[in-house]
Design a protein around this ligand. Sequence first.
Ligand SMILES: O=C(O)Cc1cc(O)ccc1O
Ligand SMILES: [Fe+2]
Length: 453
Amino acid sequence: MTDQTRMSGLVRAATPMGTTEGYMPGFGNDFETEALPGALPQGMNSPQKVNYGLYGEQLSGTAFTAPSHQNERTWCYRIRPSVKHQGRYERIDLPYWKSAPHIPQDVTSLGQYRWDAVPHSDDSLTWLTGMRTMTTAGDVNTAAGMAAHIYLVTQSMQDEYFYSADGELLVVPQEGRLRFATELGIIDIAPQEIAIIPRGLVYRVEVIEGPARGFVCENYGQKFDLPGRGPIGANCMANRRDFKTPVAAFEDREVPSTITVKWCGQFHRSEIPQSPLDVVAWHGNYAPCKYDLKTYCPVGAILFDHPDPSIFTVLTAPSGVEGTANIDFVLFRERWMVMEDTFRPPWYHRNVMSELMGNIYGQYDAKPQGFVPGGMSLHNCMLPHGPDRDAFEKASNADLGPDKLDNTMSFMFETRFPQHLTEFAAREAPLQDDYVDCWDGLEKHFDGTPGRK
Ligand SMILES: O=C(O)Cc1cc(O)ccc1O
Ligand SMILES: [Fe+2]
């Protein structure tokens, strides 16, 4: 690497072999990248003096003693150590970003809920002020559970940086394009892509094309991983090579700035005299990444019946109970329906897991109307749900040839913990009061005589 490219004011490593536009392929790889030649120590982590006068610093994403197949850490070589990128902290208020446990006494979360897309307002909102929590689950203090948010962002963070000690963020854009300028490099994302921003990583968010709206799953627990494929084998679903981690990028900018920290659901801010995005080189496996949802290869039923939605799991965050996720991120995308003599949409069901869904674009097969792009729905632990009347009638009477479900991309954040609505979700977000009526017209067909009606 001899020359550097400049983006977003950050000096970025020239694209090395095997990378696309400043990203390195692979999920959980041990990466190495440098924005200046020779900045990365070779063969050791802590030389007595690092080249260019850089400081060495380790960022640990798992306990030092985590088993080696889960152990994640990154070595950063930076202009100043992180202790210089903070001062005295002052508590600040970001009233719309809530953390579990947050169980408002005057809000009921028991019920089937659906929301239209939260509209943009005239307010100018950044990644921090534009975050709107819809549900919280578990407890941030015990590193279990999650929160689901909507973001509405119109304005770039300027000389303003953020990190969360509470968990990693899974970002699912629905509208507009964002840039995450992070300590470890630059990630640009647009709808149909997702990004994972690890716990503790410092970044600022810029608007490339606004206004931007999307969904966020804040994972308080163990990190997202790829699910085991079992008998499916070594391929399909999400493939490791389709995850992209940015090459190193840094800025040497001495301007009065702020750093905001989320910790145990509280926000604190500190004044700093320079940009903290000063990591010139790094190596390790604790890093942000993005993924193009269009590369997700669905595997499904090819003769009869409708399998469990776990076949569409993109990422899973374990809870410590085997097979029972803290969070599964599940994708319902374009696919062929070929099952014979089968009621093809999702069956009616009650589930011990709590399901929060979002629509990225198009139409969802169980809800042809009402579940709109940018909209969300919530079906909590053991709350019955399933296709609305129109979907039931259509699917029960359709001629069953091969049928392509096209123009459809929805997802689910499914957690083992009950999800509690925030005041914003219950009162300010566009809740559809008539959602439960979508099952009203389901008729009784039973009259005691055999035969299929
Ligand atoms: O409720 C939903 O629409 C999500 C879902 C989809 C599916 O195919 C099976 C079960 C399930 O919960
Ligand atoms: Fe469901």
